[in-house]
Ligand binder design. Structure first.
Ligand code: ADP
Length: 489
């Protein structure tokens, strides 16, 4: 029995031992599990904190990025307007409160230094009263605080994470802003002013992004100032040039008027003198003819020879006087052209008849060259005859014996073109332009003692111009000369 009990007791004991050890094991296991869980929770907590931190940093970057994009977009829009602005005041008027607030500020100033006086002037002010603007100008001018703000390439930042600046408090006081940023405006490589953007409170800090945006704005404004200055300079010089041209034109008109008056005085004088000469000339010629007839007494051969000379010279003097009178009359418009239809053939035949004896005397061949023959032209026949007689007379005069003269005529674009070409002595190059001037005779004509007055071509030119035509000359010394003139058909 005892054995039985002891066996039972042993069993119970063994069971109790087994139960006890199982319980301990379970407790140990539970404790370990709890510790593990605590570690996991701690780790998760750490990670959550990290995520929140990263999220906040990301938000800040996002905000900064948004601000930059808004700033850049605003500047892009402003840039388009600035590019089409050519007036400096219009340029400053573009900086409006809305634009400043889009860039994240409530206050803005654009300050320029006058090139001539060196005075500092506020051109644009946002967020300031008139009184405050005056005070800012006075202080910047008097206390010389503007100099550090006008240094090329130098940005001033107050209330940023970046370096502090000297006189920060004074600047804050001048500009009434706790937080601000200034940048110099550079035009043609010179700092001509500065821009300030700021806020009365320093709630947000200034960053590199703000500096970048303001530097873009200042360079936009600097370039625009350069452009408007260039435009103004160009405009001014254009105006100056225009007024100088106007002045010169007026001066020329005045001189022209004076010249016309003088010309009229000259024509009147020549006219008057010629008239006065004509009457005694007619008498001289008349008396010489009467004497030559012998009605007033016998005339010896020697006397006759002298009388013939008087007659010949008074004839050429009469021609000269008549030419002078006609030039004066055409110039003053007193001579009306009797313009009517004429047969070209008849006209040329008639002048050939006149000139043939002179040409024959020198054995000069006369040739007519007509390409597309115009049958009829509208002109004053008597004056046209004078033109041809003068041109052909000169051609005969200035062409040596056995030479050749060609008269050409053709029609071209509604104009009839005539030319008289000879194989004569030609005109020196320097004299070609002068042959139509009154009394001009070239040296080679004088050297060769060819007679003349220097009035024929001047009269010819006046007659052609009175027919709304044009005359010119081409010549080669020693080879020949060609006079060409056109008149409307
Ligand atoms: P003039 O013949 O009476 O001298 P013109 O006015 O007719 O006056 O001519 C002016 C000058 O032009 C002449 O003196 C002469 O020097 C030059 N000239 C005109 N026609 C010719 C010509 N066919 N050949 C050479 N020279 C000429």
């Amino acid at each position: 029995m005892n054995i039985y009990y002891s066996f039972i007791l042993t069993l119970v004991g063994a069971a109790a031992i087994i139960i006890c050890s199982t319980e301990r094991k379970r407790r140990l296991y539970s404790e370990r599990k709890n510790r593990y869980l605590q570690d996991v929770i701690n780790q998760l907590d750490e990670q959550a904190k990290m995520i929140i931190k990263t999220d906040m940093a990301l938000n800040r970057v996002q905000e900064e990025l948004d601000k930059k994009i808004t700033g850049l977009y605003t500047l892009h829009e402003l840039g388009k307007k600035i590019n089409s602005t050519l007036n400096i005041d219009d340029l400053f008027a573009l900086i409006k409160p809305a634009l400043v607030s889009k860039l994240g500020y409530s206050n803005a100033l654009i300050v320029l230094k006058d090139k001539a006086s060196g005075k500092i002037g506020v051109k644009t002010a946002i967020g300031y009263s008139d009184n405050e603007i005056k005070k800012i100008e006075t202080r910047l001018n008097k206390e010389g605080f503007a100099s550090p703000l006008l240094r090329k390439g130098k940005f001033l930042l107050v209330n940023s994470d970046m370096k502090k600046i000297e006189h920060e408090d004074i600047f804050s006081d001048i500009f009434k802003t706790e937080l601000f940023l200034t940048a110099p405006i550079v035009a043609r490589d010179l700092a001509v002013g500065f821009i300030l953007m700021g806020n009365p409170s320093s709630y947000a800090k200034l960053t590199e992004g703000d500096v970048e945006i303001l530097s873009i704005l200042t360079s936009q404004i600097g370039t625009a100032i350069e452009n408007t200055n260039l435009y103004t300079e160009l405009f001014d010089s254009h105006q100056d040039l225009e007024s100088r041209v106007k002045e010169r034109t007026q001066e020329l008109a005045r001189l022209n008027e004076e010249l016309q008056k003088l010309n009229k005085v000259k024509s009147d004088f020549v006219s008057a003198v010629s008239h006065e000469l004509r009457t005694p000339l007619t008498s001289i010629k008349g008396y010489a003819s009467i004497l030559m007839t012998g009605k007033l007494g016998e005339v010896t051969p020697a006397q006759k020879e002298r009388l013939q000379k008087i007659d010949k010279h008074s004839n050429s003097l009469t021609r000269l006087v008549n030419n002078l009178l006609d030039i004066a009359r055409i110039e003053s418009g007193r001579m009306q052209m009797d313009i009517r239809e004429n047969s070209v053939k008849d006209m040329l035949d008639s002048v050939i008849d006149i000139i043939t004896p002179q040409a024959k005397e020198k054995n000069i061949a006369l040739k007519i060259n007509v390409k597309v023959k115009p049958d009829r032209i509208k002109a004053d026949p008597a004056q046209m005859e004078r033109v041809f007689v003068n041109l052909l007379g000169n051609a005969v005069k200035f062409t040596p014996e056995k030479g050749r003269i060609i008269i050409s005529c053709h029609e071209n674009k509604g104009l009839v073109e005539f030319s008289v070409e000879d194989t004569g002595m030609g005109i020196p190059r320097e004299d070609v332009e002068k042959v139509f001037e009154e009394f001009f005779r070239s040296d080679n004509a004088l050297d060769q003692k060819v007679k003349g007055t220097g009035l024929g071509l001047s009269l010819v030119k006046k007659i052609i111009e009175a027919h709304k035509g044009r005359i010119w000359v081409e010549s080669e010394l020693g080879k020949g000369t060609k006079f060409t003139f056109t008149i409307p058909k």
